[in-house]
Each structure stands twice: as C-alpha cells, then as structure tokens.
Design a protein around this ligand. Structure first.
Ligand SMILES: *Cc1c(COP(=O)(O)O)cnc(C)c1O
Length: 335
C-alpha cells in the first residue's frame, strides 16, 4: 500500500501514482486526493487513511470506490446509515499506543462483531500505526507490537501494521506481521521517495536514493566588496571581496526562509553556501568555491547531490516536511 497522501509527499500525486504502477493499493488522507486519482483514470484500490467525516463524505467515498479506515464510533454510525448500494472494504483501526486515531484494543471483539454485521461492510481488515518505529530504542515499538499480538491471533482477515521505519529495521520481531496466517499489507511512505525515516541513518546507509531533485538556476551574479550586505535586512555582510549568485527559488517554492547563512546548496555539483535571508522567489549563494558559475548555472537545493535530511536538520525538522512543502508552482519534471 503506497502512501501518496499530501501530493505524494510533495512529489506530485498523479505522477507518482502512475509511476508506482505495480503497487497493490494507494493510500491518501482526503477524499479530494482520491478524486484526483480517479479523475486521472487510476483504477487501483485507494484507501482513505482517516476514513470519512460525514454522510456526504461517505457517498463520495462510495462513488470513488474507496476502501476506508474506521477509527471512531461516529464513523460506524455513518456506516449504519449508509445507502443500500454502499459497499466498503473497511480497515478497523486500533490504537496500540500512539493515541492519535483508533479504537482502544479492548473493544476489538465487539467492534469486529458489529462491523461484520453491517451490509455496507463487504470485508473487514485490521490496522494499527506505530508511534516510535524510527527511534533507535525499540522499547515503545515492542510494547505496541505486544499489545497487538492477541488481537492478531483472534483476527481472521488481512492486516497492516508497518510504516517505513518499521519495515526497514531488523532488530524487532513481528514488526510487520503475523506471518503465515495473515495477508499482510505494508505501508511505506518516506522510503518510497528515497528519504531516510531515521535520525541516525542516512538514505545512503539504507540503500535509498532520493526521488526528488529540488533544482533551479542562477539568474544573476554579483561582485561584493567588503562590508556589502545581502538581501532583506542585510543579514549577511561580506568580509572580503566575493561573488554571489542569485538563484530562482525561494520560500514561495518551499525553500524555507528560516535557513541560516552557511546552509549547504549545490552549484554545478559543487558544495556552496547560502548567504542572506531567503526571499519569496529568490535566494543568494556564495560562489567562492565555483569560480566559473554564471547565469544559467545549475543549482540544487536538495536531492541526489545533497540530502533533504541534511537541510531538515539545520532547521530542526525532518526531510518529510521539506519535501511535502514544495509548492504547487514548482514544475514536476518526471524522468
Ligand atoms: C503516512 C503514513 C504511513 C507512512 O509512514 P512513513 O513513515 O512515511 O513510511 C503509514 N501509515 C499511516 C497510517 C500513515 O498515515
């Protein structure tokens, strides 16, 4: 089950769904996203990860032939009132310790009984979500797995437990499955896009290659004298004569304004540094390491030359957030 929510983590929903043409299903957070996939002619199963929120949503989910997660009593009430022709594969979501979505595990037996009795539920499946699978200490993850074990034992049907970090670690037993008895669905997101879900392991360590190259070009170069200041507020002040380049990307494209002077950025494949505040449409780069850079030179903000995770760390966030926030106006070129 490929996670393509949030515009496929910023990579382009329809383009990625088309590229992932051999996955068994696609998962999104909103019915709007499911509609975009159906409008593009994609016929594979689509899972609504948060289910539906009202009666109109249920009709829409039915028209779009979506599978749905059911995580709260209000959603069961909606399923009870569903029109006679509505028929869903339902993923019963249990909360094994994350305390975000899902029913208490203790209610599993009675929920499964009520859901299996509904005519709008053609098949019942089971899922939970791990809160700490990316942490080097596996204690919390093991607790969640242990909580799920008796339920998996009692359940007859397809199940789904693991996100990217759970799938990629080999130090925890039973993290993906109750193997053998169950058909097991795995739910990779970030790893599909070639980013590491772990703090202490890079994508390269994991054998992943980033799918996104966030790139632009230089549109101007400029010679600075000592004391010259760069950009809004003049945050950067030249201490010696130097050359800078102005690149056509800014916070309006999803390159964060909060990035400090010195943030790495690649020009013609050579590591350079950001200077001055990022503007809406532009940013400035110290061209000292790349003497022959000129208007038209290639600039990479993150991608195969510079991991998004590195930039994310400079901001105190994760690669997930950076790639997801790449703006709509940025051209997606699929190679
Ligand atoms: C987003 C999401 C995933 C994928 O998580 P990654 O860490 O990106 O692999 C899996 N399951 C659920 C329920 C999600 O919302």
């Amino acid at each position: 089950m490929a996670m393509v929510k949030a515009n496929a983590y910023g990579h382009g929903l329809v383009e990625i769904a088309q590229a992932l043409n051999d996955v068994d299903s696609l998962a999104v957070a909103r019915t709007e996203e499911a509609r975009m996939l159906r409008d593009a002619g994609i016929q594979r199963p689509i899972v609504l990860l948060e289910g539906i929120f009202d009666a109109d949503g249920l009709i829409e989910a039915s028209e779009l032939a979506c599978e749905m997660v059911v995580h709260c009593d209000e959603q069961i009430d909606l399923l009870c009132q569903a029109p006679a022709n509505a028929a869903f594969i339902v993923w019963l979501k249990l909360d094994s310790g994350m305390n975000r979505l899902g029913f208490p595990i203790e209610r599993f037996e009675s929920l499964q009984d009520s859901l299996r009795r509904l005519s709008s539920v053609v098949e019942l499946r089971l899922m939970t979500h791990y809160a700490s699978a990316d942490e080097s200490d596996a204690h919390t993850l093991r607790q969640q797995i242990e909580k799920m074990a008796p339920v998996l034992e009692a359940f007859d049907g397809e199940i789904s437990l693991a996100n990217s970090p759970a799938l990629m670690r080999d130090d925890v037993d039973g993290v993906a499955a109750g193997q053998g008895k169950h058909v097991t669905w795995v739910r990779p997101g970030i790893s599909l896009y070639g980013l590491s879900p772990f703090d202490n392991l890079s994508a390269a360590d994991l054998g992943l290659r980033p799918v996104m190259n966030f790139e632009t070009r230089l549109i101007a170069t400029k010679a600075l004298a000592p004391g010259d200041r760069v950009g809004y507020g003049g945050r950067f002040i030249a201490t010696a004569a130097m050359r800078i380049g102005i690149a056509a990307a800014g916070y309006g494209d999803g390159y964060p304004r909060m990035l400090p002077d010195g943030t790495p950025i690649m020009v013609d494949g050579i590591a350079c540094q950001l200077v001055g505040r990022v503007s809406m449409d532009m940013l400035a780069i110290d061209l000292t390491p790349v003497a022959d850079a000129a208007v038209g030179s290639h600039v990479q903000m993150w991608g195969d030359q510079l991991p998004a995770e590195t930039i994310a760390k400079a901001l105190g966030t994760i690669g997930y957030e950076l790639v997801t926030r790449v703006a709509d106006r940025v051209h997606r070129v699929i190679r």
